[in-house]
Design a protein around this ligand. Structure first.
Ligand code: SF4
Length: 157
């Protein structure tokens, strides 16, 4: 079992205490980072960053293969270069049957699933995403991890 907390809005010391208790009970504790209204990661304050680094050092975090190292530059306010494959490796389908790249990019492309073709998947695989530099979506980073050495040369979305 894993407990997830969001760091960046409340008191970082309290979050750290919660993490200690959770890990002390033998559970995993995972920190997500606050997002702005566009779904982009907000940088942490110095105090929150130090708490975040200490929480990362606690036992009971994710197995190494599922590491969340992509969060480190984001927490420091830096940009993270990577290749997002949203719309290809994964996408979301809403109740009306429309395909969306991910939760922050709801509305893009909003195409009916029945019309979402292999060509769409290939286009999204190859298409850079202008929102990638501070993207907080863990499953997107995970899903794209093995594609780091493959090209992605189309114009940005
Ligand atoms: S980079 Fe990809 S996963 Fe992240 S917000 Fe943009 S489209 Fe979504």
């Amino acid at each position: 079992m894993r407990v997830n907390g969001v760091l960046g809005s409340g008191n970082p010391a309290e979050m750290e205490e919660v993490a200690k208790v959770v890990v002390g009970f033998g559970f995993g504790f995972q920190c997500s980072l606050m997002r702005d209204s566009h779904g982009q990661t907000l940088p942490l304050s110095d105090e929150a960053l130090q708490a975040y680094l200490r929480i990362r050092g606690m036992k009971g975090r994710l197995p190494a293969v599922l590491h969340d190292n992509f969060q480190l530059p984001l927490a420091r306010g830096e940009r993270k270069p990577w290749k997002c494959r949203a719309g290809a490796r994964h996408f979301e389908v809403d109740g009306a049957g429309l395909v969306h790249l991910c939760q922050p990019q709801t509305g893009s492309p909003a195409k009916p699933l029945a019309e979402y073709s292999v060509a769409d998947i290939r286009q999204q695989f190859d298409c850079g995403k202008s929102c990638s530099a501070r993207c907080p979506i863990a499953y997107a980073h995970l899903g794209s991890r093995l594609d780091g050495l493959r090209g992605q040369n189309s114009a940005q979305a």
